[in-house]
Design a protein. Sequence first.
Length: 240
Amino acid sequence: MNWKGHTIFSIIFGLPFLMAPEQIFLLIAGALYPDLDHDVKTNIVNRGILLSSLLILISVMTFLLDLFTNSSNFNINMLVAGVLIFLVYLIPANSKHRGFTHTIYCMILCSTIIGYYTFQLSFLTPLVVGLLALLMTTTKKLFKQIIPIGLIIMIIVYSFNIKIGLLNYNGALYYIIPVMLGYLSHIVADSFTPAGVKALEPFNSYKFKRFEGIIIMIIWLIIVVFLINSNYNIFNNGII
């Protein structure tokens, strides 16, 4: 599936669980991350490795400078951020296509890192940090192509007063969950392709294919209906 398919499917899959339309770009960023293991995405990965390496280098140099000048400019949080973001790009750089980046384990790890560090920038508003997260997983050309799609969805949701926000979460989870939902949508979407996806590697080589994808979508539908009923009592009110 290409980027358009993953973008559209992630919106369908994740939109019911967003608390605000502005989270749409976090959702799409998560959906596009797994395919950074593809050779054509090498420039994105190299860019991420370079920028995070610079962040690590600056942190280390600041630490050494503090030792010699008896100052206190070193920021441990900056160093940790550099190391973890470096890891986010190191994984696809060393993963075969549809390898570790297409697993549940990588989904949990990388979604948490990306979501947490966008949360650290939350003073810039969810829309801006969502765009920053999207930049982490796209080229400049792809970034420009995706922005109109996200903005159109936001306009539709606001214009027609479409109810989303079936879950209630705040803090870092406000940023982590959309990224993780987008990531999960990618794994589910790839399970419908002929090649399938080994979502449990390296501990289990079981391959998710069409059957597993259908089961997951049935579970997804049940959860959505349950949450809608819980939030709006549509069954109790006789609407259904």
